[in-house]
Design a protein around this ligand. Structure first.
Ligand SMILES: Cc1ncc(COP(=O)(O)O)c(C=O)c1O
Length: 414
């Protein structure tokens, strides 16, 4: 039995978040305004349906919240239509499959091992179980293999292709894939697969103008709101096509969800508003500068970074080939000195997912805490030294020393 109260456990987690260096690429620290909305009385309200078309009375203010969130989202990404109801990124993706495909249709997505997401076709996810999946990957340099993508497109004639990833450190040129689809269509009687982009990881960088936007090229774009976008945990779907958004709306409700989480929708709206500011643009720029300085320092010290660096908010450090320890060992040992990362497979990983050869490292959360390039360079030096000690089993005796270094670094930025 756990004897602590829920409030005590929340406080413990708060302390952990304050005393750790948070490098999980998909996490962030949203503003107090966002948190307040998440904890607001909007959670009391049932509002199945959409603004103006609800199955419950008393929705006049809820309608204002949801309409405003849709407007702010469309303004932020310069898009015509949006659905802000998906409870998560996975639900957003599931809704797109349901809206545009029939069970068993062929879908092309990036392989999980190469950096894709479970919902892009993994066999343990609804996507891999209910659809016929063709996976594409990355080349020997860790860059999306456009040739492989094109060959598979022509060979398998998918009904939908998905571009986007969970651990891919390079900028994606969304136009390239639109052009490939158009060219394919010319030789296939005008038939074209739906082009879906899952921008969950880089949405904040796109909103901040430091990465290209998929909106002008994709038929439908999904995202989470809690990663680089720095909002509440949730999902969104955007499209410039009225026909597609109508199908999406039906697929979200009543297709896969019931009552929308209007407290979270209000928090999403606040995050869209916040992301549309000069401060957020500066933040997005700093995320990328920090990730570059951080990965460069590892490379300078002879460590292997997948794809040789980063253009975005994250990179995968090959700890197995750099330090002779597995991703799982690195994750566990770094946790002991208050540094949080997650193990991650590298392309063609010889180790199974639960061990993995790499760790994924991201800068969005600590950039929110005000960290700059020099702080990440200092951190890289600590991590490199520590992982080398882990390899030589010297980390136990020096652990307190490392913890002090980490705490000093956290304190120096406050
Ligand atoms: C690219 C991508 N899409 C979708 C998701 C799913 O989001 P959620 O965890 O909110 O279901 C993730 C989460 O890591 C992701 O990285």
């Amino acid at each position: 039995m756990i004897k602590e109260s829920y409030e005590e456990i929340i406080e413990l987690e708060k302390q952990r978040q304050n005393h750790n260096i948070e490098l999980i690429a998909s996490e962030n620290f949203p503003s107090q305004r966002v948190l307040n909305a998440c904890g607001s009385i909007l959670t009391n309200k049932y509002a199945e349906g959409y603004p103006g078309k609800r199955y419950y009375g008393g929705c006049e203010f809820i309608d204002m919240i949801e309409t405003k969130a849709i407007e702010d989202l469309c303004t932020l990404f310069d898009c015509n239509f949006a659905n802000v109801q998906p409870h998560s990124g996975s639900s957003a993706n599931q809704a797109v499959y349901k809206a545009l495909l029939n069970t068993g249709d062929t879908v092309m997505g990036m392989d999980l091992g190469a950096g894709g997401h479970l919902t892009h076709g993994h066999k343990m996810s609804f996507s891999g179980q209910d659809y016929n999946i063709v996976s594409y990957g990355v080349d020997d340099n860790g860059i999306i293999d456009v040739k492989d993508f094109k060959e598979k497109l022509y060979l398998y004639n998918p009904k939908m292709v998905i571009i986007g990833a969970s651990s891919y450190s390079r900028s994606i040129d969304y136009k390239v894939f639109r052009d490939i689809i158009e060219e394919y269509s010319e030789t296939h009687n005008g038939n074209k697969p739906y082009y879906m982009v899952d921008m969950a990881h880089v949405a904040g960088l796109i909103a901040g103008g430091v990465h290209p936007s998929p909106i002008p090229y994709a038929d439908v774009v999904t995202s989470t709101t809690h990663k680089t976008l720095r909002g509440p945990r949730g999902g969104i779907i955007l499209s410039n096509s009225e026909e597609i958004i109508k199908k999406i709306n039906k697929a979200v409700f009543p297709g896969i969800q019931g009552g929308p989480l209007e407290h979270i929708i209000a928090a999403k709206g606040i995050c869209f508003e916040e992301a549309n500011t000069i401060e957020f643009k500066e933040y997005a720029k700093q995320i990328v500068k920090n990730a570059k300085a951080f990965s460069d320092e590892f490379i300078l010290e002879g460590a292997k970074v997948i794809s040789g660096g980063t253009d975005n908010h994250m990179f995968v450090l090959d700890v197995y080939n750099s330090f002779g320890i597995t991703g799982k060992e690195a994750e566990t040992e770094l946790d002991k000195i208050h540094i949080t990362v997650n193990k991650n497979q590298i392309p063609n990983d010889p180790l199974p997912p639960l061990k993995s050869s790499g760790v994924r490292i991201g800068t969005p959360a600590m950039t929110t805490k005000g960290w700059k390039e020099e702080d990440f360079i200092k951190l890289a030096k600590i991590i490199i030294e520590y992982l080398k000690d882990c390899k030589n089993s010297k980390q136990e005796e020096k652990r307190e020393e490392y913890i002090s270094k980490v705490i000093d670094l956290i304190e120096s930025v406050k």
